[in-house]
Design a protein around this ligand. Structure first.
Ligand SMILES: [Zn+2]
Length: 425
């Protein structure tokens, strides 16, 4: 088997620059992937799709009582703008938004622990807060050596309401609470913009069953400040190596390779793909997704969003091929979700860093903790498992998503909560 970690590392180096959703750098990465497919002899296309974004022109947070101080914050894209001189209101730390804290939160600018998520946002909207401040980082952060990301209030969240929102560092939130901040002014100005992102698609037709498709997916976008090599330049180059294998060793069934754009802002590329390929989806038997890979210290994981039999098969293959992996049935927060939501089973591969041995979604996601050997190992696992299925006389995986997995996908997508709020309206 001609799999080469060194070659994967070379391509990963080429992709190792920040490439956020819809940016010129993301397009540049798409062009690199496309050119690479073509160099291998697999024609590729770029498929554009529109994404929603915003430009934040102003965001400030000032504590007015019992002391006066401004703190560095970033504004939430797509959150409601403030009017005039900004939103001046009482300031309250509501921890994890428990009932007691929220009983006093109406009309206030509230500070909450951690990032925003649907259940938390829903509670805050019900409590009638006027503004929200979230936080990230660690107390020991050095400002010069860490970054504060610009976050977005996603459409799913906006279904529950909208207020001005800012994001601050844990060390500043700590200072506000310790000094008893009780009144604040929040200013947010942002404008919606439409941007274009791209999926890169290459196909190798099956020699015997061209109408049956197994699709390989990996997102190639990154978040702000991150070189996005672990997440997910690694998956991108692993799939390129798998494509190379199938170009050289034509598969019995058709294999499709899609490098998804804009995964990091809500799986936008894979949603666009399933929406734009409704007819073709009927031919998809299985989606194979690779998201995060390459850490020297880590563990290969296989997450099967499909029947139990596929879990056992993947476990057996891992043992037979002496490629250790932790295999389980479950969902994985990545581009396999829109496929599972469309009734297509998926198998997700990841090599997760050992605790303390990998960095994700920040400036420390660099090549420094990755190796060619680790990339190659995951690639072999992906290839061994997928090739056996793709070249099977009969495709053995049942083309359904079992009920327990359907329920997990629905939970992940907050379908129940969204239906409830739609009904209230
Ligand atoms: Zn990822």
């Amino acid at each position: 088997m001609d799999i080469c970690g060194k070659r994967e590392m070379d391509l990963l180096q080429q992709l190792g620059f920040t490439r956020t959703a819809g940016s010129p750098e993301e397009l540049q990465a798409a062009e690199i992937l496309k050119a690479q497919c073509e160099a291998l002899g697999a024609p590729a296309i770029l498929q554009p799709f529109e994404i929603e974004d915003a430009e934040v022109t102003e965001c400030t947070l000032e504590i007015l009582e019992p002391y006066c101080q401004s703190y560095p914050v970033t504004g939430y894209k797509c959150a409601q703008n403030t009017f005039g001189d900004g939103l001046e209101a009482e300031f309250l730390y509501v921890e994890d938004a428990d009932q007691v804290s929220l009983s006093a939160a109406k009309g206030k600018i509230v500070l909450v622990n951690g990032f925003m998520r649907v259940p938390l946002f829903r509670k805050l909207m019900k409590a009638g807060v006027a503004g929200i401040v979230t936080m990230e980082g660690e107390l020991r952060d050095d400002r010069g050596e860490t970054d504060l990301a610009t976050r977005k209030l996603r459409r799913t969240l906006r279904a529950f309401g909208n207020v001005p929102m800012a994001h601050t560092r844990v060390l500043d939130a700590f200072d506000m609470v310790k000094r008893g901040a009780c009144k604040a002014r929040l200013v947010l100005k942002n404008t919606l913009v439409e941007r274009t992102s791209h999926n890169v698609i290459a196909t190798v037709l099956g020699t015997e069953k061209p109408d049956e498709i197994v699709s390989f997916g990996a997102h190639y976008d990154s978040v702000d400040f991150s070189k996005g090599v672990y997440d997910n330049g690694a998956g991108s180059v692993i799939n390129m190596e798998i494509l190379r294998y199938f170009v050289e060793n034509p598969p019995r069934r058709t294999v499709k390779f899609v490098w998804y754009g804009s995964e990091e802002i809500g799986l936008e590329g894979s949603w666009a793909y399933v929406k734009g390929h409704k007819e073709e989806l009927a031919a998809h038997q299985l989606m194979v997704n690779v998201d995060v890979g390459g850490p020297v210290l880590g563990m290969d994981k296989v997450t099967v969003t499909g029947e139990e039999k596929l879990v056992h098969f993947a476990e057996y293959m891992s043992k037979i091929c002496a490629l250790p992996a932790a295999v389980r049935q479950g969902i994985y927060s990545s581009d396999s979700i829109p496929f599972a939501d469309s009734g297509i089973p998926a198998i997700n591969f990841s090599r997760d860093g050992a605790p303390g041995a990998a960095y994700i979604h920040n400036r420390f996601d660099t090549l420094s903790f990755l190796s060619a050997e680790a990339l190659e190992k995951t690639t072999r696992l992906v290839l061994e498992i997928s090739r056996a299925l793709i070249n099977g006389r009969v495709f053995p995986v049942e083309r359904t998503v079992p009920q327990n997995m359907v329920e997990e996908v629905e939970k992940y997508l907050y379908k129940k909560e969204l239906a409830e709020v739609a009904e209230e309206k």
